[in-house]
Ligand binder design. Sequence first.
Ligand code: AMP
Length: 394
Amino acid sequence: MTATFLDLGLNQSLIEGLKKQGIEQPTSIQAKTIPLGFENRDIIGQSQTGSGKTLAYLLPIFHKVDSSKREMQAIILAPTHELVMQIEKQIKTLAENSGIPVKSAAIIGQVNIERQIEKLREKPHIIVGSAGRILELIKRKKISAHTVKTIVIDEGDRMLDENNASNVKDIIKTTMRDRQLMVFSATINDRTMSISKELMKDAAVVKAEEQEKLNPNVEHIYLLAEQRDKIEILRKLIAAIEPPKAIVFINKSDEIDITTSKLKFHKLNAVGIYGTAEKEERKKALEGFRSGKNQLLVASDLAARGLDIQDVTYIFNLDLPAEPKEYLHRAGRTGRMGKEGLVISIVTAKEEAQIKKYQNAFKLNIEQKEIHMGALIEPGTKNEAAKKQIKAKK
Ligand code: AMP
């Protein structure tokens, strides 16, 4: 039998609070992490995006926070603004639904620091934000790191890469030695593993069930196309499938604009999300997509990292990511929480070798298809009998 939240030791307020959010059964990563979290163990947690990792670390924090104290008690570090906002939203929802008066603050770069300092005067219990700005505020003594008992690093493989690791390490150094450290990521590379272990004492390595990593509800196919025909193939696919919401992935963030324009030129209802653009613009793009106003979201791996968008049933890869793990990250945007999903890669003959690489890396079955008269068919079988009409997964 699978454990319940009660079995895991969660208090009644949290159990009731989760119920209001429609959450009744712990996911695999939650079942494995929560008891360790209660024991103050340092944790390296590997689980795919959409598998409930945010609550896997938030629930032990909520359980342990002393909300009667006006004291900063936990720091959560995440790589993108959207992910920070999503985590903060989950904190606020849980606080409201459980009635546990945990206060939080989102601290991200490129916004007015004075307002953040103002917010920090209220001594939020949980601070969630980007490493650079949090470090700055610790140095300016606006964040009191010595009262912090838990640090979480979300999207660990990104947060501990060459660009970010030094800020993260500096933050950790300012906290007390007996603080708890949790690192979570969909994939844990060697570097993340060794840095995490360096920073931890007696780390518990936790992996979500293997089959969860490869979501069985997500299918994978690919179509061959000349580079210059890719958009046209995409247009045909969209017309055939009519996906309610789909993400179109490309590799380079600086081509999001031009790709979005090309899709719009083909009368496709697309919006681009940028890695570097103004916060407001990103927010607007996401809102348009979330609300269903825009059918397609054009993104790069960087721009889409960690985003939790519900009901995405299709992923289109216009470029293939160089790294197999990025392919997995992209696929993780769909098929969330038991829903179905389809990942469709449009590849050149040259890129086809990479498809084979993913197949081997993840023991995936990625079948080749063709689009013919509005239907996806086996290659070379353009007769009616072999035509397999593919239904939109709504
Ligand atoms: P995450 O992996 O943290 O991005 O979570 C993905 C989504 O799953 C979020 O929308 C959560 O609200 C939802 N979720 C988290 N835990 C559970 C659970 N135990 N049961 C059902 N949904 C959940």
